[in-house]
Design a protein around this ligand. Structure first.
Ligand code: SF4
Length: 482
C-alpha cells in the first residue's frame, strides 16, 4: 500500500516493427514504461531483440534509476518488451523482476505480465512432479513453463497460449516476445487492461493508453477479453479463447482502475478514467449531499471526484490540503513521533481556506483510513468548524486476488467495521460512500462489465483454493449482515 491505498502491481509494454525499420525499440519501451510508472515503482526491466539475440536489463528502482543512456544505446533492435512492478508482500529479490527471458527448444521467449494466477501454486506443484524446476515463486514463471511445455506438443505458439489459458485461472494481461513475433493476450474476463496501438510501422501493446500517447502512437483499440493478438512480418492477426462476439459482454474490467490505479489521461475499454472520476463525484453529491461551505480534495487522489462533487452540488471547490511532493517513499516511520511527523510533513493546510468553515473532503477510496484520519485532524487543527468525509467508491470489504498488493481481509477497515465505527475512528462529522451502482454508472461509455469484487465479493475468476472457505455463502452472509 502507498498512503494507505492499494497499489497496482504491474505495467506492461511491448513494441514490434514488422518492417524492421525501428532500431530504438528499447528506447520506446523505456518511454512506455516511464509513463506506466504509477503502476509499479519497485523495479523495471526491458528485453530487446538485438539482431536475433535477446538482451535484457532490469533492476530495483524507478525506471530512471534502472536505465541510463548507455544501457539504451547498446540495446538496439526492432522489438522489445518492458515492465514495471510492485511486489507482492514477501516477494522480493531480483529473480522476480520482469521481463523474464528463457531459451527453449522452440527458441527465445521474453514475458511481461500484469495480474495474478490464482491456481499458480497447484500448477507449480503438478509441474514439479513432472520434473520442472522453478527459479522463482512468481506467477509469470508458471505461465512461461506451461507455455514451453505446450510448445512441445504444438508448432504454433498461439495454440500453445490458448492451451495455457485453459489451464490458468485469474487475471492477466501479458506480452510475450519470441524470435519472430510479439503477442499480447488478456484473460477471458479482461480484468486487467491491455491496449494496442501503432507508431509508424511499429505495433505497440501497453497496459494503458497513456503509454501510447506518451510515445506519439495512435490507439488502435483495446485487446478484447480472451483475445490473443500476434504481430509478425505477416501483419496482425487475432485468435480468441472465447467467441469474439461475446468478448465484451463477458468482460469484467477491474473497476478500481477507474477509482485509483489508472492514470487520469488513460481511456480503458472505451471509458475515460478522468471523466469517470468526475462522474463518480457527481453521483456522490446526489447520493450523499452535505451542507458545507467548501469542497476539498484529498490530495491528489480525490481531485477529480471532488471537482465532480463541487460541480453537482454547487458548493465552491477549494484547494485547502496540499501535498509535499518531495517526501520520499523511504521516509522512516518507526516510532509514533516519526509517524506523526511524516503526516505533518507530507500534508499541509491553507489555513485561510479552512478557518471557521464547514468542509466536505472527498477521497477516491478508503482502505485503511490512516492517512484520512490524519488529514481530518490537521484540518480541525487549522480551524475547520466541521469536517465531513465523502468517498468516491463503496467500502472496500474484500481483498483482491487479481494483481493488487493486498490480500489480507484484516487490513481492510470496512471488512471488520461498520460505517459508523469507521466515521468515529477517522474523526469525521459524517461519512458516506458512493453506491456500487453509482460507481459503475460513472464509467460512461465502457464496452464491457466490471470486476467489483473488493466491494461485492463476487470474484468472477474465482479465489485461491486456500481462501475458498472465507467466501463460502455463510461467510458472505455474515459479512453482508454488518
Ligand atoms: Fe479490481 Fe477490486 Fe476486482 Fe481486484 S477485486 S480486480 S481491485 S475490482
Amino acid at each position: 500500500m502507498s498512503d494507505g491505498k492499494w497499489v497496482e502491481e504491474c505495467g506492461v509494454f511491448g513494441v514490434f516493427d514488422p518492417k524492421k525499420v525501428l532500431h530504438e525499440a528499447a528506447r520506446l519501451a523505456y518511454y512506455g514504461i516511464f509513463s506506466l510508472q504509477h503502476r509499479g515503482q519497485e523495479s523495471a526491466g526491458i528485453v530487446v531483440n538485438h539482431a536475433g539475440q535477446f538482451l535484457g536489463h532490469k533492476g530495483v528502482g524507478l525506471v530512471v534509476d534502472v536505465f541510463d543512456d548507455l544501457h539504451l544505446s547498446m540495446m538496439t533492435g526492432h522489438a522489445a518488451v518492458g515492465h514495471v512492478r510492485f511486489p507482492d508482500p514477501g516477494e522480493g529479490g531480483s529473480d522476480v523482476i520482469q521481463p523474464m527471458q528463457i531459451k527453449s527448444k522452440a527458441g527465445q521467449l521474453a514475458i511481461a505480465t500484469n495480474g495474478s494466477i490464482i491456481n499458480a501454486d497447484e500448477i507449480r506443484t503438478q509441474l514439479k512432479e513432472l520434473g520442472a524446476i522453478f527459479q522463482t515463486t512468481a506467477d509469470f514463471e508458471v505461465i512461461l513453463t506451461l507455455l514451453a511445455r505446450n510448445r512441445i506438443a504444438s508448432d504454433c505458439i498461439e495454440d500453445a497460449i490458448l492451451q495455457v489459458m485453459s489451464e490458468i485461472k485469474g487475471a492477466y494481461s501479458t506480452v510475450i516476445m519470441t524470435d519472430d513475433r510479439l503477442i499480447g493476450f488478456r484473460d477471458p474476463l479482461g480484468i486487467r487492461p491491455l491496449i494496442i496501438g501503432k507508431k509508424d510501422s511499429s505495433y505497440i501493446f501497453a497496459s494503458e493508453s497513456c503509454a501510447l500517447d506518451a510515445i506519439g502512437a495512435e490507439t488502435i483499440r483495446d485487446v478484447l477479453p480472451g483475445e490473443v493478438i500476434t504481430v509478425s512480418e505477416d501483419g496482425l492477426f487475432s485468435r480468441y479463447y472465447i467467441p469474439q462476439e461475446t468478448a465484451h459482454s463477458n468482460g469484467k474490467l477491474c473497476i478500481f482502475e477507474f477509482v485509483y490505479f489508472a492514470r487520469p489521461d488513460s481511456c480503458l475499454d472505451g471509458a475515460s478514467v478522468h471523466q469517470s472520476r468526475v462522474n463518480t463525484g457527481r453521483a456522490l453529491a446526489r447520493e450523499a449531499p452535505c451542507e458545507c461551505d467548501v469542497v476539498v480534495a484529498a490530495p491528489d487522489s480525490g481531485v477529480a471526484a471532488a471537482m465532480g462533487y463541487a460541480m453537482e452540488s454547487g458548493i465552491p471547490y477549494g484547494s485547502a490540503l496540499l501535498k509535499n511532493r518531495y517526501i520520499g517513499r523511504t521516509f522512516i516511520q518507526a516510532t509514533q513521533l516519526q509517524r506523526e511527523m511524516s503526516v505533518r510533513l507530507k500534508f499541509s493546510v491553507l489555513k485561510s481556506e479552512v478557518r471557521g468553515k464547514k468542509i466536505v473532503i472527498v477521497d477516491d477510496s478508503i482502505v485503511r483510513g490512516t492517512t484520512m484520519r490524519n488529514n481530518i485532524q490537521i484540518l480541525r487543527e487549522a480551524g475547520a468548524k466541521e469536517v465531513h468525509l465523502r468517498v468516491a467508491s463503496p467500502p472496500v470489504r474484500f481483498p483482491c486476488y487479481y494483481g493488487v498488493s493486498a490480500s489480507n481481509p484484516d487490513e481492510l477497515t470496512a471488512s471488520r467495521s461498520s460505517v459508523e465505527e469507521i466515521r468515529t475512528a477517522i474523526g469525521a462529522d459524517s461519512l458516506a460512500y458512493v453506491s456500487l451502482e453509482g460507481l459503475k454508472a460513472s464509467t460512461e461509455g465502457i464496452l464491457c462489465g466490471h470486476c467489483a469484487s473488493c466491494f461485492d465479493g463476487a470474484f468472477p475468476a474465482g479465489v485461491p483454493e486456500c481462501h475458498a472457505e472465507i467466501y463460502s455463502e455463510k461467510s458472505l452472509e455474515e459479512n453482508e449482515a454488518k
